[in-house]
Design a protein around this ligand. Structure first.
Ligand code: SF4
Ligand code: SF4
Length: 137
């Protein structure tokens, strides 16, 4: 469950932009069980990986409503494997993370000392505390 006052609503970003091994689904491909703006068609039987996932917008009270993933085309999440903070976008809109509100948030996050990385499929860019950004691998 997300923090009070937050719900996915019409957002289905995580069902599209994330790689989901369970379904052999690549980034940017909408899950076949996803109803656009309607949610999950197998909600009661969705796999554990889906049940466990919540993006950072859902979990963090301090992230404003204006940054709901579908509004800014960017999903925020901590990547447990790398320790990086990821701003994940659809590969078809690889610079969606440059949305002014989102970019301001990401720079502020970098200023906290976090390694902030924007991801669009196999492409990635690091965002630095100075507001500069550059390809990242
Ligand atoms: S990206 Fe976040 S807000 Fe959007 S559907 Fe997934 S968990 Fe919900
Ligand atoms: S099974 Fe449901 S929750 Fe999981 S990715 Fe597909 S549509 Fe989204």
């Amino acid at each position: 469950m997300g923090v009070p006052g937050k719900s996915c609503g019409p957002c289905t970003m995580c069902c599209k932009v994330l790689v989901i091994d369970h379904f052999k689904k690549d980034a940017g491909i909408l899950c076949t069980h996803c109803i656009v703006k309607g949610g999950c068609s197998i909600y009661e039987k969705r796999p554990q990986i889906c049940q466990d996932f919540e993006c950072d917008w859902m979990m963090e009270r301090s992230i404003p409503q204006t940054l709901r993933p579908d509004k800014v085309g960017t999903l925020l999440m901590e990547d447990e494997d790398s320790g990086e903070y990821h701003a994940v976008v659809d590969p078809s809109t690889p610079f969606a993370w440059r949305h002014p509100l989102m970019f301001k948030f990401l720079v502020a996050k970098a200023k906290e000392g976090t390694t902030v990385v924007a991801k669009a499929g196999l492409k990635a860019w690091r965002i630095y505390p100075s507001g500069e950004w550059a390809p990242w691998s």
